[in-house]
Design a protein around this ligand. Structure first.
Ligand SMILES: *Cc1c(COP(=O)(O)O)cnc(C)c1O
Length: 220
């Protein structure tokens, strides 16, 4: 058994069956992806549009590609036909751009809204108040070619587990609250948990974890 297979097996052993594993393959080779693929994995996460496109064109077509990084508006068109789930939606502007591309190619695109839960100043994602506003004012109606499937969050990078738990709890509570105001059965994904904190995310009812370095090794 190779290293990647072994790492995946270790993670899967800790993962309840109803939680999905996204193997974050950014900066890693097609070869590494194929090792994970051959171990049975089908969900892979990338953070750069060009890298995702190149990999998608050269790797098996049953791979589900997730986009998890900052997405420039001029790259949306590139990934639109290939993408399974865009997890890193940070603004309504981005939603309208994606909606526009999706309509053009005649498919619905599934997304998660990224919520800013970490304390780090570098702000990614919607504020909790903006998200609440978005749903209570039914702003999703403006985007008929987008399927909003849930929320994504990144906790503060810290060894303070208490803090991480608190941040995951904030997004989990928000997720539960939104399910009561957003009448869409596809709104069912809470993407929290990475290499260092996925066991904590599982405790907070994560439905999808995104693991990179613990599977593929460090990215240099
Ligand atoms: C890189 C990245 C991951 C994976 O990080 P690891 O710590 O290597 O598991 C998960 N989510 C997002 C949004 C990322 O950018």
């Amino acid at each position: 058994m190779n290293e990647i297979e072994k790492n995946i097996q270790e993670i899967r052993a800790k993962l309840p069956e109803n939680i999905r594993l996204v193997c974050v393959s950014k900066f890693h080779s097609a070869d590494s992806i194929m090792q994970a693929y051959n171990a049975g994995e089908r969900d892979f996460g990338e953070s750069r549009a060009q890298e995702l496109c190149t990999k998608a064109q050269n790797l098996p077509s049953d791979i589900r590609w997730h986009f998890i990084g900052p997405l420039q508006s001029n790259k949306i068109k590139q990934i639109a036909p290939l993408i399974y789930l865009i997890q890193s939606i940070e603004s309504e502007k981005m939603l309208s751009q994606i909606n526009f591309c999706a309509e053009k190619i005649g498919r619905k695109i599934s997304v998660l809204l990224e919520v800013h839960i970490a304390e780090e100043k570098q702000k990614h994602g919607f504020l909790k108040s903006e998200i609440l506003d978005f749903f209570t004012q039914k702003k999703w109606q403006k985007f008929p070619f987008i399927e909003i499937c849930g929320l994504m969050g990144i906790a503060t990078y810290t060894t303070d587990n208490e803090k991480i738990m608190q941040e995951f709890h904030v997004i989990k509570t928000l997720f539960d609250e939104l399910k009561t105001v957003f009448p869409n059965s596809n709104f069912n994904t809470l993407s929290i948990g990475m290499s260092d904190d996925f066991p904590l995310a599982i405790e907070q009812n994560s439905t999808m974890i995104r693991v990179g370095s613990r599977i593929f090794g460090s990215r240099n």
